[in-house]
Design a protein around this ligand. Structure first.
Ligand code: DNO
Length: 391
């Protein structure tokens, strides 16, 4: 697989020369300064592409070309927004950047409750705590009917948390769930927004009446409209699974498991409609056997995220070491090295190691944590390749 790295543009604290030195071959990035829904011009794409190439690297994958909320909930302006999306795709095609990752998650791009969950050795990782998330829904968002989504055990724990939680913990929780994890990937809510909870509630309201089937139909509508431009420029669209792969906030989520993946691949049965195989996201759903899914969808996979999680009995999950947990990355790598050896893969998320602290990295995107994982994964890839070559 091609070794790629998610880099957040010229403002990223991690420079391209550092990446070149640790064996990265391709860059995964986006025009982060362009607002969601605006056209990516050929000029800006080429400017960034040339910059990346001046370091001896290539721009391998776009992550993400964001799909506006209105396309997802089917708003009045969706056709205009899809037209703009098509122009951006055409411009990417002209520049020769043909792998495009996106997601179809309503409102929340990914969800975690803790950004610095401590490990015994002093490092930290991202974490999802069901009780905290339920507290967020019930007592911060005050979402009608949220209690119906939780069992009595969780609800009791939420009441206990309510008695002890401090104002600062509440602020931290808001920051983790809807500000710090979202601002740099999605743009719906940014650091500095004065009333993130208010904005978030308005966004949620846009999905009133949109159920699973409606969201599926909107995804199909979007994909059918963009397939011609993808065919023209040989663009591989690859949707990112929902992270985590279960229902949240009463919103429909439609890329969570085998049945969902089968659905969107057959609904628009075109080789340009593909999957970002995010082993980490899929591993956080107990319904998913990650290596089995890798095998089944290898031919429709266009991009791979290597990460893993451990899921606990109470429904919480932690981002595991890359060679541990439910992601079974060694088996996943065996599948892709055999079936599709030139696929771009990137290390997804990494722990925060001592020298990563206070460097201003985006949550999950540390330097040393990811570099450690890259070294481990590179070793696995080399071993698998040599086995395949019969050495
Ligand atoms: C988080 C990422 C997601 C992902 C998008 C793809 O770390 O995995 O933000 O990039 O969902 O559209």
């Amino acid at each position: 697989m091609e070794k790629t790295w998610r880099w957040f543009g010229k403002k990223d604290k991690i420079s391209l020369s550092m990446l070149r030195q640790i064996g990265v071959e391709g860059i995964v990035t986006a025009l982060h300064e362009v607002s969601n829904g605006e056209v990516w011009t050929l000029e800006s794409i080429n400017e960034l592409k040339n910059y990346i190439e001046s370091f001896g690297l290539r721009w391998s994958v776009v992550e993400s070309l964001p799909v506006s909320e209105s396309i997802k909930y089917g708003g009045n302006d969706r056709d205009d927004l899809i037209d703009k999306y098509i122009i951006s795709l055409e411009n990417l095609g002209k520049a020769g950047i043909t792998t495009v990752c996106y997601n179809f998650m309503p409102v929340l791009d990914w969800a975690r409750t803790d950004l610095f969950h401590k490990w015994e050795d002093g490092s930290s990782s991202l974490y999802f705590d069901k009780v905290k998330f339920a507290y967020f829904e019930l007592y911060i968002l005050e979402r009608n009917g949220a209690e119906k989504d939780y069992n009595s055990e969780i609800l009791e724990k939420v009441e206990e948390l309510k008695k002890t939680i401090t104002e600062e913990d509440r602020k931290d929780l808001i920051d983790s769930v809807i500000v710090k994890t979202q601002g740099f990937v999605n743009g719906n809510i940014k650091e500095g927004d004065l009333d993130p909870v208010g904005i978030f509630k308005k966004l949620l309201a846009l999905y009133d009446g949109i159920d699973r089937d409606a969201l599926r139909q909107n995804m199909k509508y979007f994909l059918e409209k963009i397939m011609p431009v993808c065919e023209k420029w040989n663009i591989q669209m690859c949707v990112h699974p929902d992270d985590p792969p279960f229902q949240l906030l009463g919103l429909p989520r439609i890329v969570t498991c085998e049945e969902d993946i089968d659905w969107f691949l057959t609904a628009v049965d075109n080789p340009h409609n593909g999957l970002t195989f995010c082993a980490g996201s899929l591993s956080a759903g107990l319904q998913n056997d990650v290596p089995k899914l890798a095998k089944k969808y290898a031919s429709r996979t266009k991009f791979v995220h290597l990460r893993s999680t451990n899921v606990f009995d109470n429904g919480n999950f932690i981002e595991a070491e890359h060679l541990g947990g439910r992601g079974h990355l060694i088996d996943v790598i065996k599948v892709f090295e055999k079936e599709s050896p030139s696929l771009p893969m990137r290390i997804d998320h990494g722990r925060l190691l001592s020298d990563d602290v206070d460097k201003g990295y985006n949550p999950g995107y540390s330097f040393f944590g990811r570099m450690l994982a890259l070294g481990q994964i590179e070793g696995v890839i080399a071993a698998v390749q040599s086995e395949l070559e019969g050495k």
